[in-house]
Ligand binder design. Structure first.
Ligand code: FES
Length: 324
């Protein structure tokens, strides 16, 4: 039966360390004889939880480390329970099913200076990026906006690094960092990277509106509420269409109010999704014919020529042929 199932790995949870108030870092090593595959800065992994949820977490350790992944999780009282399950049920010594690392937020190559802006727990992918910059002697600066010192993940580690500014606003919007002053004029030779909660993302995006195409890189959290989901493209068709499974020739209707993923599931096709918002890449598959309408925030122009995210993509053509 066709499926978009990702390659999974078994990892052993070696240790759990508290890195700030309500934030724990989880250290994984290979769960068998083979070491964990290498990763690049900005990568994330899927964690398959016993309650059936698949959650994505950025790797925050040095990508040069062998057979070691570290991810940090902030315990959220609201949401779908992923962070609570991780905090409350995982124990050192447990074996976890994880995906191989995927990178939707890589460091740009041949750049003079990297400017990192982190909001709250959005610092996690940026920790790995900083370590990659340090080991390659690349120029960087980090501005980390977070409520208070108690909520500042990796505070001791960051305090030892030059070019790191930690901005505590005590949760008061009147004390928010002034991104318009920082980013109002694009900085020649600098690439900007940002990750944080929705209000932070909106503020940085709007302040960096004049930066040249290709110089701003960002990653959204995968637990966006409905108000912060990616907007539909301007030329959205908002129409039903059909998908064809290349392996069997089966044709399946995708009505206006259903995702491709849901339509496939209703026909007994096993497909993997997680964020269901076009933000994580779990549901990425190849298409072979047709003109998709992309609604995600992570695929680049090149990848969009061959792949779609079936949790959110629609179709301009009446039929899309999927590599399933
Ligand atoms: S499930 Fe996350 S992008 Fe589709």
């Amino acid at each position: 039966m066709p499926s978009n199932k990702m390659i999974t790995l078994h990892a052993r949870l070696k240790s759990i360390t508290n890195v700030a108030n309500g934030i724990n870092a989880f250290e994984l090593i290979g769960g068998g004889e083979d070491p964990l595959p290498p990763f690049t800065a900005g990568s994330h992994i899927d964690i398959h939880l016993d309650n059936g949820l698949i959650k994505q977490y950025s790797l925050c350790n040095d990508p040069d480390e062998i057979n070691r992944y570290v991810f940090a999780v902030q315990r959220e009282e609201t949401g779908n329970g992923g962070s609570k399950a991780i905090h409350d049920t995982l124990r050192a010594g447990d074996y976890l099913t994880i995906s191989i690392p995927r990178n939707n937020f890589p460091l740009a190559q041949n750049v003079e200076n990297h400017l990192f802006l982190a909001g709250g727990i959005g610092v996690t992918p940026i920790m790995a990026m900083i370590k990659a910059c340090q080991s390659k002697s690349l120029k960087f600066e980090l501005i980390y906006c977070v409520r208070s010192p108690e909520k500042t993940a990796f505070l001791n580690e960051l305090a030892k690094i030059d070019n790191v500014t930690i901005h505590n606003d005590q949760g008061d919007p009147a004390h928010s960092y002034d991104f318009s002053e920082l980013l109002g004029n694009p900085m020649t030779g600098t690439h900007l990277y940002y990750c944080g909660p929705p209000g932070f993302m909106r503020a940085v995006k709007s302040a960096a509106a004049n930066w040249p195409k290709g110089t701003c890189h960002f990653e959204y959290f995968t637990t966006l509420d409905k108000d912060h989901q990616p907007a539909a493209p301007e030329n959205a068709t908002n129409a039903s269409f059909q998908v064809k499974l290349n392996s069997t020739g089966d044709i399946i209707d995708v009505p206006v109010n259903k995702s491709i993923a849901d339509a496939l599931r209703e026909h007994g096709i096993e497909v993997q999704t997680s964020c269901e918002s076009g933000l994580c890449g779990t549901c990425q598959i190849r298409y072979l014919e047709g003109t998709p309408e992309h609604h995600d925030l992570i695929l680049d122009e090149e990848t969009r020529k061959t792949d779609i995210l079936i949790c959110c993509a629609r179709s301009h053509s009446p039929l899309l042929v999927l590599d399933l």
